[in-house]
Every structure is written in C-alpha cells, then in structure tokens.
Design a protein around this ligand. Structure first.
Ligand SMILES: [Fe+2]
Ligand SMILES: [Fe+2]
Length: 316
C-alpha cells in the first residue's frame, strides 16, 4: 500500500495535515523550527530511525491499520523510546497541568468544599491508575522486549500476557468530562472550566492513540520478534553442524587432544606457540560446549574425526 508520508515529505506539511502529529514528533525527539526540511533530513540530523518514525506516523494517519506495518524495517528500540517519552509527557507534564487548571477552575466557580474534594479525589485516583499502568510498561514490558533483542527470552512471560491485560486508560477521563459537563454546579459561564474540558478531551484522544499504538503496532512487532527468537532457538546447530563450524586448524587440534597430546606437544607438532594452542582449545570448548577431554573424545569419534583404533592406546 502507498504510504501517506515518505522520506521526502516535508515536516512542515505533516503538521499542516494533522496538527496532533506534532506530539508524535516531539516524542521522537524533534523540536520545532523545521523550515523546509524533509523527514529524511530531520531524522538524519536528530539520529532518529527514519523508517520507524515514518511507520508510526503513517500508522496513526492511516487509521491504525495493522496490516500495513512492515515489521522487518522497524527498530523496536526506537518504538520503546517513543512510548517511554509519551509516558513522561502524560505523567510529568500533561496530567499535572490539567490538575492545576482543574483546581483553578473549580475554585473560581464553586465555593462548596465537598465538590472540590470529590472531583479532585476522582482525578488524583485516576492519575494514580495511569502511573501504575505506565510504570508496569516501563519496568516490566519494555525490559522484556529489549531482552528479546539480545536473544534472551523470559520463559515465564510473553507479550500475549500484556496484550490480554492491557486496559484502556482514557475512559475514566471521559467520565470526568461528563461529570463536569452534566452535573457540575457552576453558577455562571466559566472560561477556565471550558479550558479544562478542552484539555481533558485532547488528553483523552491522545491517550487513546497511545493505547492503539501499543495494541496494534508495538504488540504485533513484538510477537514477530518472539516468533523469530523461538525459530532461532529451534535452529540451534546440530552436532554435525557444530563440527563443521570448527576451522581446519581447530579440527587438527581437537584430534591431537583426543589422541592424548599435551599442549606443548601439539604446539611442536603444528609449529605453533603453546599460547596459540590454548587459544584454539578455548574456541573449541566454546563452540562445542564440551569442556572435558573425555567428552571431546566421544565427540570426535561420533563425528568421525578419529577412529576408535587411533585412540585405543589413550582410552585403555
Ligand atoms: Fe503506554
Ligand atoms: Fe498502555
């Protein structure tokens, strides 16, 4: 499918098309003052993975269609950094700012303390839930995914667990908005309160987008990564392949070892230093994952590097 934005799209045009993309840009580390620069130029300048940035921007702009994501070109590190920056934005900036405006708005139009207290409790409880939700992602989910990149798979966790329990965190904001619109006992028109309502709506939409990126972009990419890793584990080299991975020199040294020669004798025989022989032996052990001479002997026989007759005197 033809993507809406490409490397040669101007950053300026992206914002003109959809102002809310500015938030996505900021979370990728871009600052305003783009001039006529293209996506490619700005990404190079800021060292942001261009393909990942375009994939996220196009995903959001094209209506969150999972089928259009090319998993092979995405940098999951860049996606995680983007999501973490979004968490910081909500927790450290947007939600505290709304709180401040909410107090100001309530204080300016109602005198009754219980209203203030109840509304603020509702808001603070909500923020605590968001904090918990995002802490879990920062401290459990993202480290898990980053460990997949290092080829490690936690056997007790997978992204399906996260997907199953991942809740929408925007719905409660909608509740608060409705409480204010329908039941708030404001005696007169209040611009501050209107401002809070606009902020709550914008934040609700932004959180909903964030959730969609996590559910339909981050989760499927992580699933692909998990599948690749489990295939890689299954494709562990067989014993024969491991032997083939040994260099000719290492095979020569392995045979000498199982024939009972010492490092010094092997060094003399192959015109090498003892130090080089030890280094080769270390590599053989690492590649075959066998540490003892007895183990190496069995290995050499099974893989026909030596015959039983050749080492008869050593093993008897
Ligand atoms: Fe999140
Ligand atoms: Fe989330």
């Amino acid at each position: 499918m033809q993507q809406k934005f490409t490397s040669s799209s101007k950053m300026n045009d992206l914002i003109k098309e959809d102002t809310s993309l500015l938030l996505t840009m900021t979370r990728f580390g871009f600052s305003l003052g783009f001039g006529d620069k293209t996506v490619k130029e700005v990404c190079m300048e800021k060292k942001v993975d261009e393909k990942t940035f375009l994939a996220v921007i196009n995903f959001i702009s094209n209506g969150y269609k999972e089928e259009n994501i090319n998993h092979e070109i995405i940098s999951i590190d860049a996606v995680i950094l983007y999501l973490r920056n979004a968490h910081d934005f909500f927790l450290d900036f947007k939600l505290p700012l709304i709180r401040k405006k909410l107090i100001e708005a309530i204080d300016s139009c109602v005198q009754e303390q219980p209203y203030r207290k109840m509304i603020m409790k509702f808001y603070d409880d909500y923020v605590a839930e968001v904090q918990k939700h995002m802490d879990y992602e920062n401290e459990t989910v993202f480290p898990y995914v980053l460990s997949l990149l290092e080829g490690k798979k936690n056997p007790r966790y997978n992204i399906a667990v996260f997907e199953k329990n991942h809740e929408n965190i925007d719905s409660k904001l909608s509740d608060l908005k409705n409480i204010l619109i329908k039941y708030f006992p404001a005696q007169q028109p209040n611009y501050l309160l209107n401002e809070v309502l606009f902020d709550l709506s914008a934040c609700e939409k932004d959180l909903e987008k964030h959730n969609r990126v996590e559910d339909h972009f981050f989760v499927p990419i992580t699933e692909t990564l998990e599948k690749k890793l489990s295939t890689a584990v299954k494709e562990e080299p067989t014993a024969a392949e491991k032997v083939d991975n040994l260099t000719e020199r290492e095979k020569e040294i392995l045979v000498s070892v199982v024939k009972g020669l010492t490092n010094k004798e092997i060094a003399n025989k192959l015109f090498l230093s003892t130090h080089t022989v030890i280094s080769h032996r270390r590599n053989i052990t690492r590649k075959l994952e066998i540490h003892s001479t007895a183990g190496l002997t069995i290995y050499a026989i099974v893989n026909k590097l030596v015959t039983l007759d050749e080492i008869k005197s050593v093993i008897e």
